[in-house]
Design a protein around this ligand. Structure first.
Ligand code: ZN
Length: 66
């Protein structure tokens, strides 16, 4: 558990909504395979953010965030 964002709001640019989803992702070019970066997303931005990561094959897990 390193580099977890202290913030609990959505990671989408300009969005201040409380996050309800945690998108765990990994960029194989710069991260070791077991490394996870986290983006937080509100319901509104979950699809857009996970799409963005999925298109780059970065998305690993999507978990509810409370
Ligand atoms: Zn949002």
């Amino acid at each position: 558990m390193t580099e977890e964002a202290a913030s609990t709001t959505c990671s989408a640019r300009g969005c201040g909504n409380a996050a309800t989803w945690a998108l765990r992702w990994n960029n194989p070019k710069i991260h070791t395979p077991d490394r996870r970066k986290t983006w937080l997303a509100c319901d509104e931005h979950k699809a857009g953010l996970s799409d963005f990561l999925d298109r780059r094959s970065f998305l690993r897990e999507v978990e509810p965030f409370t």
